[in-house]
Unconditional design. Sequence first.
Length: 366
Amino acid sequence: MRIKRITKCEVNLNYLTPFQTSYGTQSEKKIDILCVEDELGNQGYGELVAFETPDYIEETLYSARSIIARELVPRIVEQTIQHPQEIQTRFQPIKGNYMAKSAVETAIWDVYAKREKISMKQLLNGTKDRVQVGISLGIQKDIPTLLTKVQAAVTAGYTRVKLKIKPGADHAYIHAVRQNFPELLLMADANSAYSINDLEQLKELDAFDLTLLEQPFSSSDFLDHAHLQQEMATTICLDENIRTVADVRLAHKLGSCRSINLKIPRVGGIGPALDIVNYCRKQGIMVWLGGMFESGIGRALNLCFASQAAFSFPGDISASNRYYKEDCIEEKFILENGAIRVPNGIGLGVHLKPEFLRNQNEIREK
Ligand code: OSB
Ligand code: MG
């Protein structure tokens, strides 16, 4: 196939409720939806998930826009591509910038699926029609508010809840949730808010039967995580640390974690994500699918990806009504018995609303 042009639509979505993590509070998200067009007029969509500020990882919406326009688009437009697996190699000369790469690469997988007239689920050898999903709850102002949120999530049908934590909003919060929900699959995500000096406090979290503790330390640390994993019964899961298969290998060999939160955009796209799934499967590492507050475009992809046999643990892929006042796609993802149906139309199987379709601008090298 030959890629003729790449356009994008800048979307601004308002969260239903502001989301607080250990590094800040967000009330809206700017999202670029990339559209890749082939010589037959097929269109594939990819979502740029990077945030405006470099507080989750280094990459931002603005750095990614620049890399896409200056480096990635020129490596794709008017090029012949046999299979989207090739894109990984084509982007190899560009270091890092995984979310930028993912926005372009995932759009190419979508246009490829559409050419082949198959669903993304089929292209990825997905086996499930519905995937179990969980919810990630931000840090709340007090414990009663958190308990109300957890209750609402359980009532809605979520069977797995992730709590964002930070020093001062951790032990007592988790304790209260565990007391009120003794059977709930519960986990905590610190987004790098702790250091090895907090070892003793973190060890106390072993009392709460957490399925896992996500990313307690800095994203460049592997050694302290290994020390903590040795000292804790709770499974440590790495998120921000993991950008490449080499990172997974390092974490595995050092014993820095027993679980990986895999996000397609954080590792540079579907090709690299498949490599990581493969490695984890061979090594017996528990891998599950994380989220980045994707719009319906990225959410559809996450559902298709999580429909692969390798994923059994519920991902951070909530229903549409958990995130935005209004999404940019026509379809809605609905929670039914703790699961969401995997789209089965061709490609991603979702459609941009007309106001966003109309608003496409060609990306040219700047
Ligand atoms: O650390 O997993 C994280 C959202 C944005 C950035 C980082 C994270 C998250 C989430 C929510 O936890 C995942 C989701 O529901 O999309
Ligand atoms: Mg995380």
